[in-house]
Design a protein around this ligand. Structure first.
Ligand code: ZN
Length: 250
């Protein structure tokens, strides 16, 4: 059961070490699971969506601008032709009745065309207005996402720096406790710690391992009772170093 020997005092120090290691694992876990990290991921995805919406609205706006300019040019061309035909009609220079009739019917069809084109311009203006609204909405949302990201980043950084300070404190406390643990015992502790979620030693309290919370069998408990005080004993269940104290129930 035991290959390493260490004084009961040195073994007790392992409990301090285990407590500091638990604290360090807790801080590390907190650092990795800060709610701000998930929130920033969500915001960054939202920012990408808003950017896409913005690009789409801007592309649509410039397309509509081009279409509208073309439609307005068409309207203008038709208007010029109507004016010219009207001048000829008003000037009384069209002699033949057939020419007069054909000119009049051209004016009628040009006016219909003008009205159709004006309809198109109006529709384009409405669509342009909708695209403008979409762009403005995207721009406002972009501003709000940026603002929120800045605030969340500041919160995350503040939390990280607080965690960093606590970890530095626990780390230096750990170093000074570890300095008082004999090398062989510390090496064993660290080896167990690597395989047991950051905690290498546990107290034996009222016949139960505080590491895995399993009560020892009478046989195992008797073996621990029989072991010398400087023998390092291990939990048969989780293999952590079992530290005996006055509360061990031996
Ligand atoms: Zn155990």
């Amino acid at each position: 059961m035991a290959f390493v020997k260490a004084s009961p005092d040195a073994q007790l120090r392992l409990l301090e070490l285990a407590e500091l290691d638990t604290e360090l694992s807790r801080l590390d876990h907190r650092r990795r699971t800060l709610p701000e990290i998930a929130e920033l991921e969500r915001l960054s995805a939202r920012a990408a969506q808003v950017r896409d919406a913005m690009t789409a609205a801007e592309t649509q706006l410039s397309d509509l601008d081009r279409e509208q300019a073309r439609a307005e040019r068409d309207v203008e061309q038709v208007r010029v032709r109507i004016d010219r035909d009207q001048d000829r009609l008003d000037g009384g220079k069209v002699a033949s009745a057939r020419d007069l009739e054909s000119l009049q019917s051209e004016v009628v069809s040009l006016k219909r065309r003008q009205s159709d084109l004006e309809e198109v311009v109006l529709e384009l203006m409405e669509r342009r207005e909708a695209a403008q609204t979409a762009r403005d909405t995207a721009a406002a949302e972009q501003a709000s996402v940026t603002q929120e990201s800045t605030a969340v980043t500041a919160r995350r950084d503040a939390a990280l720096s607080e965690i960093g300070e606590q970890a530095a404190k626990a780390g230096s406390a750990r170093a000074s406790v570890a300095a008082g643990v004999p090398g062989e015992l510390l090496a064993l502790y660290d080896k167990v710690r690597d395989t047991h979620a950051g905690v290498g030693a546990a107290m034996l309290r009222r016949g139960r391992c505080e590491g895995c919370h399993v009560s020892m069998s009478t046989v195992d408990l008797n073996a621990v009772r029989a072991a010398a005080a400087d023998e390092v004993v291990r939990c048969e269940e989780c293999r952590r170093i079992l530290v005996r104290t006055a509360e061990s129930g031996l």
